[in-house]
Design a protein around this ligand. Sequence first.
Ligand code: HPA
Length: 264
Amino acid sequence: MNALDTIRQRAGHFQPRVAVVLGSGWGGLTEHITDAIQMPYKDLEGFPQPTVAGHNATLWLGHIGGQAVAVMSGRKHGYETGAVDGMAEPLRVLKGLGCHTLVQTNAAGSLRLDMPPQSLMLVTDHLNLPQRSPLVGLDGNARFVNMVNAYDCKLNQLATQIAQAQGATLFEGVYAWFLGPQFETPAEIRMAQLLGADAVGMSTVPETIIARHLGLRVLALSIITNFGAGMSSENLSHAHTLSQAQEGNATASRLLADIIAALP
Ligand code: HPA
């Protein structure tokens, strides 16, 4: 059975409006979901089986505030297989269920000394440095997706207002995608700084492209777990990313829950 039918069989006529992808450190958001139905990805055809520690593989359906949501705890990364379209089918299914907006989260390295670990950054634009696209191989004119305002400026304004109301600092910046899985070299970090990036990471960009192709609005938030390679003496590792992401977790998740609840 295809994933859409499996989900409908389990969740009846439930219509999520906001799709959420949880990256490293954002798992606390699931504590804000009420009336939750959980479905393991292994039951959902075309959903990814993540290979990374700290990423679950569960779809949650339920509510955050009054908002009907579909939360993907765990994503597929380009570095796992080399394919960058691993999230295309799940996002197509979530749109099929009724989602009109995609909220993305990730852990990222900071390229700015004034944006230290534990900071939160609203992604306002991205650099697709590997120049890989999940749309390669599709045909038709819809593949020529306009990427201006890919990170919806109205949704960004709303997120900024909510952060202000909470007294939380929310940085804004450009997210540069590196394929990974190795961390960047210090020279690559200096290059990304010169190109105008504020943060680096190994996810999010393919999903934004897929979402824009599907006509979903996108909002993306990064939790900063470290300074970019060579900017500080800390030793980069996935364990370090996870431990840093965990520390910021509760505040980040609360802000995210409030933003999701307020989305029009
Ligand atoms: N580089 C790439 N991805 C990351 C980093 C980083 O420094 N920190 C968390 N994810």
